[in-house]
Design a protein around this ligand. Sequence first.
Ligand code: HEC
Length: 156
Amino acid sequence: MHKWYIGLIVGVIGFVSLALGAQNGLPDEIASYLSWHRGNSQKSFEESAHPVAKDIYFNDTAAETVMAQSFPHAEGSTFLKERTDPETLMVTTIYGMRKVANFDPANGDWQYAVFERADDGKFLGDWMEASSATMCIGCHTGAKDKDYTFLSYLDN
Ligand code: HEC
């Protein structure tokens, strides 16, 4: 096969995955979170901050500490919580936390995010400054022994 032909295929695949990634409106680093690890085997209806149907996803980096149950999580660990409307079964909101070196040392260096689904189906939102995440931090401090992650859904 000619080299340019391989290049073309690689280019097309790259373009398609970029386009798919951009489709849901999420930032690149989390756009394909549906292929990550899902923390809960059944949809979780556990009452908490959000007493609705939810699913929790985390990336490979986070999976290492989750499996080993040895904390703190490594830099780059990312957790996402999907909130599903129990009536429409649409994912309406995605809550995120990712570990960024020296982001907020007093609170475990977690950066929080909220992405809300707009009418066109795309998610709007972004990773927040620590000063905008005081509510998230306040509650997640209750899980400080597991480096601010509750992980309560794991055995569901
Ligand atoms: C009133 C308490 C409370 C507040 C406020 C809160 N959370 Fe949580 N969060 C929880 C609990 C409890 C869980 C465990 C899963 C569940 O039951 O929902 C959780 C789970 C998560 C997870 C999955 C990782 C984990 O901890 O296991 C993410 C991501 C998350 N929350 C993001 C956020 C963000 C972003 C905010 C702020 C916008 C926020 N949370 C505010 C209680 C809270």
